[in-house]
Design a binder for this molecule. Structure first.
Ligand SMILES: N[C@@H](CCC(=O)N[C@@H](CS)C(=O)NCC(=O)O)C(=O)O
Length: 202
């Protein structure tokens, strides 16, 4: 049995949970809810970076981050792969994962900046810079959405999770406006049980 240092709001944790469901391993993973802001959480023992997700193996060793854990889970099963083995399909999936991970990073930084207890410490320039990364990423995804097809790999999985996170944390920002292809793909991919049953919540 693996233990996953987790949180119900983290899109990076959700990547691991969706990958576990897609690869039929969710019963092998016990979730350990972890508040990353709690200095007594013991998280740094499992990940010196103090971030979730971290996967604790049966021998006590750990794996992080979401990219490594997802590929580890994928490597444990035969058949259709979340991580294509080689060639253009692999590089495209990894690039899309990198793009979507970066969009989540920008979104999380915005959320954290907005939570500063002293509002005068918030930087409007920093917030605008992170928002621009999210928007340019969305524009790039709109250009590509016509070629996403009906498949599902680590890149498309991370994109779906990113869009759900934007809806979760930035509901008033209408990312669908002017991005019809991406909106249509998101609606279709969201019927997938692994996504439908793992929506983020506080
Ligand atoms: N690149 C990492 C990012 C993980 C990450 O940023 N996790 C956030 C939660 S969404 C976190 O634990 N933040 C706490 C902190 O940075 O102290 C991954 O893919 O797992």
């Amino acid at each position: 049995m693996f233990k996953l240092r987790s949180s119900t709001t983290s899109p990076f944790v959700r990547k691991v949970i969706v990958a576990a469901i897609e690869t039929g391993q969710e019963k092998d993973i016990e979730l350990i809810p972890t508040a990353t802001a709690d200095p007594n959480s013991g998280l740094s023992v499992h990940n010196p970076l103090g971030k979730v997700p971290a996967l604790v193996m049966e021998d006590g060793s750990t794996l992080y981050d979401s990219r490594v854990i997802c590929e580890f889970l994928d490597s444990r099963r035969q058949g259709a792969k979340l991580f294509p083995a080689a060639g253009a399909a692999r590089w495209n999936a990894l690039r899309r994962q990198a793009l979507a991970d970066g969009m989540i990073d920008a979104a999380v930084l915005r959320v954290m900046e907005g939570r500063r207890s002293d509002p005068t410490q918030r930087s409007p320039e920093w917030l605008a810079k992170q928002k621009l990364k999210m928007e340019l990423g969305l524009d790039q995804l709109e250009k590509e959405a016509g070629s996403f097809g009906a498949g599902f790999d680590i890149g498309l999985m991370t994109i779906a999770i990113t869009l759900d996170y934007f809806d979760f944390r930035f509901q008033p920002e209408p990312w669908r406006n002017g991005r019809p292809m991406l909106a249509k793909w998101h609606e279709q991919v969201s019927t997938r049980p692994s996504l439908k049953n793992t929506q983020p919540h506080d």
